[in-house]
Structures are given as C-alpha cells and as structure tokens.
Design a protein around this ligand. Sequence first.
Ligand SMILES: Nc1nc2c(ncn2[C@@H]2O[C@H](COP(=O)(O)OP(=O)(O)OP(=O)(O)O)[C@@H](O)[C@H]2O)c(=O)[nH]1
Ligand SMILES: [Mg+2]
Length: 197
Amino acid sequence: MSLDEVRFLLSETDPGKLGPSDAEIAFVGRSNSGKSTMLNALCRKDLARASSTPGRTRTINVYEAAPRRRLVDLPGYGFASGPEASRASWGPMIEGYLSGSTSLKAVFVLVDADLGPTKLDFEMLRWLQGHELPWRVVATKADRVKPSRAFVRRREVAEACGVSPDALAWVSSKTGTGIVPLRQDAARLLGLVSGTR
Ligand SMILES: Nc1nc2c(ncn2[C@@H]2O[C@H](COP(=O)(O)OP(=O)(O)OP(=O)(O)O)[C@@H](O)[C@H]2O)c(=O)[nH]1
Ligand SMILES: [Mg+2]
C-alpha cells in the first residue's frame, strides 16, 4: 500500500461528522501556501482543487489512502477577503478539527520557503505545541528560492520556526524537490509501508 491509491472521501464543515479514522495527516498553513497542490503532488494525482486565488479550500476535505487512513486538506488562514460569515467560521472549524481528532499522526505546517514564517504561522505552531499535537514544518515553493541561496535560506526558515534544518522538509510541488522523502514519511506515518519505497 502507498499513497498511489488515495481517493477523495468527503468534504465537511462540521468536524464532528468526519467519522472514525485510525491515522491521519492534516495540512495547515496560510491561504495560498500550497497545501492542496502538495497533497496532489504527494498522491501523484489531481485530487484537491488548487488555485492562485487565496481561499480556494473552504471545507475540511478528507482523502483516504486505505480504510481509515487519511490525508486532510484544510482551508488556509490569513485570507482577508470573502464572505465575512464563512471567514469567521474557519478558525473554529480548523481548531475544532485539530483538537477533536484522536488519530492525528502529524500536522504538516506549510510555510512559504521564500517569505518565511508569518505571525499567523507562529501562532499556529504555538497552538499545536500547546495542544501537544504532533507537527512538522514543511517549507513550500522551494523552487522560488535561488539554488545559491537554498542552503542558507533553509537554515534561516528552520531557525525561525524553532526546528533544526534537517527536521525542516524543503519541498517544491512544482519541480518535485523533496516530494519523494516527504511521501515516504507520510506513508510511514499512516502505517501504509515498511519504509522501503
Ligand atoms: N512556484 C510554486 N507555486 C506553487 C507551489 N505549490 C503551489 N503553488 C501555487 O500556489 C498557489 C496556491 O496553491 P494552493 O495549493 O491552492 O494553496 P492552498 O494552500 O491550498 O490555498 P487555500 O486553499 O486557499 O488555503 C497556486 O497558484 C499553486 O499553483 C510550488 O511548489 N511552487
Ligand atoms: Mg487549498
């Protein structure tokens, strides 16, 4: 079993209605940071809808790699337009999901490699730590960082997030940089493989 078999399962706004699961990985981060695109890159399929317009993902979207083993794409934070009512409901929806899930194996926090972490990213990291949830920072859009700057930039982003450069995943969904190891990690976290793929 691997991430090649992932399929769409359901979309929900009520975290209480997601049903039982044994293992899941959630994708969080600023709106437009590339969560949906990364899910597609990891699964090698166009499953999640991505868009250059921030605020594309508006519901909790659940994808299943095997029965009760899930990848969860969430709406981004920091998106400053859109209907007031739906914006106001996103925070509680995301927090309700993250604090209510009993099978989270990892929360991938996507941070733009070029821009670095923002205030909202720090808040999210603090919140995850406060809730003792397992998290991992994934630097996205690494293709936007010049190769000559990549080594230093990776160290800077890691330091800003309070992790070691080795612990920081350095990924581009566009060029495929870093996707293979992250896919292996995700499959292992979901209990899909022994780690040889
Ligand atoms: N250059 C580059 N662009 C990327 C990469 N990943 C995503 N993008 C672009 O970034 C934009 C946002 O991508 P999405 O995957 O929709 O971002 P999201 O985090 O799901 O956004 P919301 O659903 O609004 O929270 C799209 O135009 C993508 O094509 C990447 O690795 N490199
Ligand atoms: Mg999205």
